[in-house]
Ligand binder design. Structure first.
Ligand code: GRF
Length: 204
């Protein structure tokens, strides 16, 4: 069985990345390895967590590049060095441009803290809370050219409770993120995801 080499792109705390690491370690995601973690922000907890696991990390600072294409070319150069098969956006706070997306189309997953297509973009939990929805949740999807618009792989609902605050709601959503992101990665690694137009078929 071939090993799927994974790169994780992060910008912050890295709890979703940690969930993937844990699920690879305990065998729930078989035949996969996180080969490299890249951050667009220096000194993040996500980088520290990855280093604690002995994973190679890179801080690629966008301000050092003249435009998005050259910044993403540098990321691409690193990914190629590690023979990356799958990219995970785990709290990566940038919109991926064509330079990075085109070579990894259908091989890039994102986790979003709302039930897409509702509340795309930044602060999905807050958008849902402020809107007054009764149910929200999280979504794992393939990345396409839009912002949080790609084919949906897994979604999980979270009820909004009467006494919820934005923070309490976000933390219950995060618990579900930590379940569905590893599950989507497992399905990808095992070759069980087939994209058919807007829909993702999950094969037995
Ligand atoms: C998560 O809420 C994720 O859905 C969103 O950014 C947050 C990242 O959290 N895209 P973490 O860095 O994985 O802890």
């Amino acid at each position: 069985m071939n090993i799927t080499n994974i790169a994780v792109l992060v910008s912050g705390r890295g709890s979703n990345m940690q969930a993937i690491i844990d699920n690879i370690k305990n065998g729930t995601i078989p035949n996969a390895s996180i080969a490299v973690v890249l951050s667009d922000v220096g000194g993040t907890y996500a980088l520290e967590r990855a280093q604690n696991q002995g994973i190679d990390t890179f801080f690629v600072n966008p301000v050092q590049y003249e435009d998005k294409a050259s910044y993403e070319s540098e990321i691409l150069r690193i990914l190629e060095k590690y023979n990356i098969d799958l990219i995970l956006l785990a709290g990566y706070m940038r919109v991926v441009g064509p330079t990075l997306l085109n070579p990894y189309r259908n091989k890039m997953l994102n986790i979003h803290p709302a039930l897409l297509p509702s509340f795309p973009g930044l602060h999905g939990q807050k958008q849902a809370f402020d809107h007054g929805v009764r149910v929200t949740g999280c979504t794992v999807h393939f990345v396409d050219d839009g912002v949080d618009t790609g084919p949906i792989i897994i979604q999980k609902c979270v009820q909004v409770l009467e006494d919820d605050t934005e923070e309490s709601l976000a933390s219950r959503i995060l618990e579900q993120e930590h379940k569905i992101f590893p599950e989507a990665v497992r399905l990808f690694v095992q070759g069980q995801l087939r994209i058919e137009g807007r829909k993702v078929r999950i094969l037995e």
